[in-house]
Every structure is written in C-alpha cells, then in structure tokens.
Write a protein that binds this ligand. Sequence first.
Ligand SMILES: Cc1cc2nc3c(=O)[nH]c(=O)nc-3n(C[C@H](O)[C@H](O)[C@H](O)COP(=O)(O)OP(=O)(O)OC[C@H]3O[C@@H](n4cnc5c(N)ncnc54)[C@H](O)[C@@H]3O)c2cc1C
Length: 397
Amino acid sequence: MRGPPVSARPDALVVGGGIIGLLSARELVAAGLSVQLIDRGPFGGECSWAGGGILSPLVPWRYPPAVTALAARSHFLHATLAEELANGDGPDPERLVSGMLVLGATRDAEVEAWLAAWIGAAQGLAENPDPGLRAVDGAELVRLAPALNPALAADAGGLLLEHIAQVRNPRLLRALVNELDWRGVQLVNGVEAESLQVAGGRIQGVHTNDGLLPAGVVVLAAGAWSGPLAATAGIELAVTPVRGQMLLLRGVPGRLRQVVVRDRCYLIPRADGHVLVGSTMEEAGFDSGTTEEAREDLRAFATGLMPELGNLAVERHWAGLRPGSPEGVPFVGPVPGVAGLYLNTGHFRNGFATGPASARLVTDLLLGRAPSLDPAPYAPPAAAPGPDRAALVLDSV
Ligand SMILES: Cc1cc2nc3c(=O)[nH]c(=O)nc-3n(C[C@H](O)[C@H](O)[C@H](O)COP(=O)(O)OP(=O)(O)OC[C@H]3O[C@@H](n4cnc5c(N)ncnc54)[C@H](O)[C@@H]3O)c2cc1C
C-alpha cells in the first residue's frame, strides 16, 4: 500500500538510510504516515553494505536476553519480508536458509537458557518457534561440511542452528529502497544532518547542509554516527564506531553450505560459490580503511578452517563501522525530555539479525500501539535539560 503524499512537513523524518533507517521508514509508511528518509551518502552505503547478512547473532547465547528477543522476532519477520519483497521490483535479496554451525559449542546451561528465551520471544509469530538447534559430534560435522579442515572439525563438534538464514546485504538494501520509493517515501540522498532542532521540549526538525527540514517526529537511525547527532539535542548516547573488516573469496558453489562460526570469526558461503570471511573488531574511530594485517589474519583464519580457501584469490576487501553499544543492546524508543524524538540505533554486530523487530518496536512506541515486546531494555537516555537546542546551535555558528 502506498503512503500519503509527503508535504513540506512530513509526519516522520528518518535520519540515516542504512538497514535500520530503511526498515524504520518501511514500518512508518505501512502505518499510514508520510515519511521522508535522508542520508548524506547512498542509501545503505555504510555499515549495512559492509555486513555479512547472517540473520542471527554469531554465538547467540553470548548476548543478553534483550538482543535475543529482537533476534528471535526478526528471524520470523525476515521470512515475511522476503516474501513481500519478492512481489516488488527486486532485486531478489537471496534469503537462504543455510543454517549456522557454531564450532566448539556444547548444549550447556547457557545455551538452554538462550533457547528458552528465544522460543518465548517468538511465541505467536510461528507455529514452531524452534531455531532448529541440535548438537553435532565431530563425525557428523565432517559429513555435514566435508571441506572443513577434518582434524579441526572432528575435534570440535559443535551446535547446528538449522533454521538460521542469510541474505545478500546490497540486494536487500536495494530491494528495500525500491519498495520505499514505490510506497511514496520521500528518499533524499546527499543531505547531511548537522543538528536536531528542539524548541519548547519538542523536536521541530533537523538542520542540514541544505537548510532546516521540519517534521512532526524524527527517528534517528544514523548508525555509528548517531552519537554526535544526539549530542546536539543534549543526549549523551553510548554509541561508538567499531570497525569490522571482511574478505570476499570466489569459490565453487556447493563446497560449503552452512555459515560456520569459530570464536569471533566466520565463513559465509553464498549460493554462487562466493565465500565471505569475517570479521575484525577494531576501535579505529571513524576510519573505515582496510589494513594488510587484517587481510592476513582473515586469510589465515579461513585457510585454517577450510584449507582449499587458501588457493583462492581475494576478490574484495572492505571495512564498515558498526554502531557499537553497551552489550550490543540497541537504543530503541522515545527520548525522555524531547517529545517527538525517537532513536533506533546501536545495533552493533546484529543490525540485520535484529532490525525488523526494532523497526516494528520503534513504530509501535511512536504510534502509541501496544509494543510488540517489552521496550524497557532499549530505553534511550534522557536529554539534558537546557535552553532550546536550536538556539544553542544557531548561536554557535
Ligand atoms: C564486517 C561486518 C560484518 C557484519 N555482519 C553482520 C551480519 O552478518 N549480520 C548482522 O546482523 N549484522 C552484521 N553486521 C552489523 C550490521 O551491518 C550493522 O549492525 C548495521 O548495518 C547497522 O545499520 P545502521 O543502519 O544502524 O547503520 P549504517 O548502515 O551505517 O547506516 C547509517 C546511515 O546513516 C547515514 N548518516 C550518518 N550520519 C548522517 C548524517 N549526519 N546525516 C545524514 N545521514 C547520516 C550514513 O551515511 C549511513 O548510510 C556486520 C558489520 C560489519 C562491519
């Protein structure tokens, strides 16, 4: 369904067109709001383009229940999203239920607690909310993934999550942009938000390099860059950039079927034979450059896990800046002290795995609908009381 036409003052202005901003705009327009989405670069051109597209946290039981709740709900929302996008202008995001092997993991109390939390959070979204968890011993692992280093696989065993899927990020992002365009979202590239304008305790709009954009409500979804923008409204936001580097190898289709995770790194096999090798975790400020050291480390990891990858040339090497947050729990919801300002940011390593549920949640809260899950763990910090921020910003120019 198309949304209402966007006037000079849209109902909602979304700042940042990565996966989180795109999914937020999609939920808002579906709810009948007129929506404008701005990005200073191409939509999806930052962290979201750089990501691997695994639709689960890597070692999911290591995250707090607040991340599990978003991931479990998003797992099912992604299936619906893929079906809906299949009827659009494309491209096909190639959602693939490849499963995910976590090497060396055993079904211990931590895993059981995670599984119970997952199933609880996914209630009502599917008849069988089970993520397909089962233990595999070394012998089965060798049968499932014969191209893995047999010594290592046989030693390790692990846990298989059979129902975990992956997507091809650039394709999902383009499909979303095409759909939002069709639905009547006003898509604006090349406009940089400089500060949030607040007057009388209420958001008025966003100052940009192209002038003031007024809006009824603003959703801040600027990924790793959300902190400095939030600060212009007196909000101290614990979102910081965490660089991740990735390699793309061109392999042969069918040699590896599951996503394979070992410690903090992983291999993602695409249907066409490409294998992604990820990823580093670096504090490098806002520098999204690549390094020779990371290239060597990732190559060594890949070859150690699957020796034949050592024969493949690196087709591409890139980096992205994740929006890091305490324990990886994003900030989702209204900002106390600034009526009409909402955050949806800080998804760290899991923006694809958790994005659909957090976009649904921020929209629930914005519209006053019963929230789809308990919003308390994601509550943004309050804005510091002070004079109208717009005046502060304008005075300082
Ligand atoms: C190597 C790597 C692998 C990853 N793998 C996975 C994975 O397998 N699964 C998973 O779920 N997650 C993964 N992630 C994490 C995931 O990519 C992020 O959580 C997600 O992309 C964050 O989305 P975002 O929309 O918040 O940020 P971004 O994609 O960075 O989007 C923010 C947008 O805001 C715009 N912006 C910023 N400042 C301004 C401004 N002032 N004015 C206007 N626009 C602005 C930027 O241009 C950008 O387009 C990975 C990340 C990396 C780096």
